[in-house]
Every structure is written in structure tokens, then in C-alpha cells.
Design a protein around this ligand. Sequence first.
Ligand code: NI
Length: 190
Amino acid sequence: MTVRPILSIGHPTLRVRAAEVDPETINSPEVQSLIDDLIETMHDANGAGLAANQIDEPVRIVVMEVTSNPRYPYKPPLPLTVAINPIIEPLDDEMVEINEGCLSVPLRGNVQRHVNIRVQYLDRDGVEHDEIKRGLTAGTWQHECDHIDGKLFVDRVEDPSTLATWDEFNEFHRDAFVERITAFVERVGS
Ligand code: NI
């Protein structure tokens, strides 16, 4: 396992639609070691998720995990998940405004995300999954799946005045956001 450099906004690889992974290759040493590197790099950076194109590998693989995360202490737990060729489908029109950050962007900002989604993906053993995700967990899925479509959260920020550095977010906006989003998490349960 290797901690790989994470690309920053402006790097062209972050802006391409990443290629599908041939399911026949999931068991190969190349794909398995890429998955290990993604997990290692996500852990090293205290990320809640990481997409393969963020480490300059434009293929449709994302990893996610939330335990007790110092970057996002209000996020509910999300067990380590490897999603290959993920597909997301909103289940209804319910939206929530989430203040997001990203390991490829030095800012946070408010974006609208679907609250209830269906996800279909292959795991690192090639096993098919078809699951419902809700709340902030659904938000994390949407953020990571945007990456492999070449999108960054800043593309979805409708009000640029919500953009803030981490320091300024912590000083001026964090308390109100955490209060609102904690009530939301308690309501939807994830
Ligand atoms: Ni990101």
C-alpha cells in the first residue's frame, strides 16, 4: 500500500469522465493494489472518501469510510466501502443543503444533495450490490460519484458566498452548520 499524491483543482484528470472498470479485471493485482492505495491515501488524508481520478487514475473506483473523522466529526459512521462502476439514482425530490469539503479543493461550500438514493456497484470481490442510502451518507456517495464524472463540488455551489477556507469555516460558520446538520442526521438516521 502506498500513500499517493492527491491532485488539486485545476488538474485535468479531475475533469475527465473516468473509464469503466472491466469486471473481469477486478481480481487483477493492478486493480487490487490501486484499491489498496486509494484506501491508504484516504486514511492518510483523513478523507471521508476518495475517487481514483483524484490520484491520477481515471477509472471508476471510489472508496469511502467514516469512523470518527476529525475533518467531519458530525458525519454518521460509514463502513469502509469500495465501489466499482457505481450508478446512483435519486429516489425522490427531497434535497438537503450540505457544507462540503474535498481533498482536491482547499475550500468548503454549500451544495444541494439528494437525501434518498439507490446505489448499484461492484465491490472489490466483484460482488454486485444494490442498496438504498440516505442523508449525509447519500451525500458522500453523490460527492464521490461526481468525481468520476469529472465534477467537483464547487460546480454545484449555487451561492459562491458560502465558499470558505477551512479556518474561516471553523471560525464563522461551523457551529450553525453542525447544529443544523446534526438535527438533520437525527431525523433521517444517517
Ligand atoms: Ni472530493
